[in-house]
Design a protein around this ligand. Structure first.
Ligand code: DGL
Length: 281
């Protein structure tokens, strides 16, 4: 039987850990009356080194957890999961009997980057999984085939944010290395193609220079979510601030501590949720 979502239901958001909180932050600011349920799959962090089939499996499982709690829309607040699973996930959701839209971060961010560039040279920093998928290349070139995209895989950048430790000189050198090809290419717009990267946004901006525009997944997706809700007549009828809560597959206390620094809003409680499969450390 098909299950139709309720307007008063929360919007489900998931990521491999705390990175998607940068997306949730923008959603909480842009759609303040909506309720949100965030799932951080920190037991299986990082996603960025995993294969596409593995990420598709994780995305399905995360979606099932959120659907079981009655969400009305799913936001994949993880670029690695979006790159691997954005075609598969809506089919999985529909096959499991839910009429729930799935929105990923790659498309809206690519549109925004193409709109922002003035010299037609755009860079993308992302995890190895995201870069290997070619998702940004396809999305950017679909909007404007004349844009020159320079893609840089950044194998260790998400960890700097996920562990919550202060940024070190070594981190700066690592980021400098990742930014070098973008400086060389003369890009004027850089896509932060991983939801963990806004945490090091100031560092990246300093290394790239103030003339470069950084585009993040969070700012790009808010309008898309708003449109999807309006189109389906699913926007909440509530006129007061919505509620938000958290699920985490790993250490809930650590998630709450690190998360509160980045959400810039109170976290409240974080509930642990068990995975049905073995958690891959
Ligand atoms: N936040 C995830 C993304 O946007 C990456 C971090 C990870 O490697 O899990 O791709």
């Amino acid at each position: 039987m098909t299950q139709t979502p309720q307007r008063t239901a929360p919007i489900g958001v998931f990521d491999s850990g705390v990175g998607g909180l940068t997306v949730l932050h923008e959603l909480l600011v842009g759609l303040p009356q909506e309720d949100f349920l965030y799932l951080g799959d920190s037991a299986r962090f990082p996603y960025g080194d995993r294969s596409a089939p593995e990420l598709r499996g994780f995305a399905r499982e995360n979606a099932d957890i959120l659907l079981a709690r009655g969400v009305k829309l799913i936001v994949v607040a993880c670029n690695s999961a979006t790159s691997a699973a954005i075609d598969d996930l809506p089919l999985h959701v529909a096959r499991s009997g839910h009429t729930v839209d799935v929105i990923g971060v790659v498309g809206p961010e690519s549109n925004l980057a193409v709109a922002r560039t003035r010299n037609g040279r755009v860079g993308v920093l992302a995890t190895p999984a995201t870069i290997a998928s070619g998702a940004y290349e396809r999305a950017v070139l679909a909007v404007d085939p004349l844009v020159r995209l320079t893609s840089v895989p950044c194998p260790r950048l998400a960890r700097i944010s996920q562990n919550g430790a202060p940024i070190t000189e070594q981190d700066v050198e690592l980021a400098r290395e990742y930014c070098a090809p973008l400086r060389e290419a003369g890009v004027d717009t850089v896509i932060l193609g991983c939801t963990h990267y806004p945490f090091v946004g100031a560092l990246l901006q300093r290394l790239l220079g103030p003339q470069v525009t950084l585009v993040t997944s969070g700012t790009a997706i808010v309008r898309r979510v708003g449109h999807a809700l309006a189109l389906r007549d699913l926007a909440t009828p509530s006129e007061v601030e919505g509620r938000y809560s958290f699920l985490c597959t790993g250490d809930a206390a650590a998630f709450a501590t690190i998360g509160s620094r980045f959400l810039q809003l109170p976290m409240g409680t974080v509930d642990h949720v068990a995975l049905t499969q073995e958690a891959f450390a």
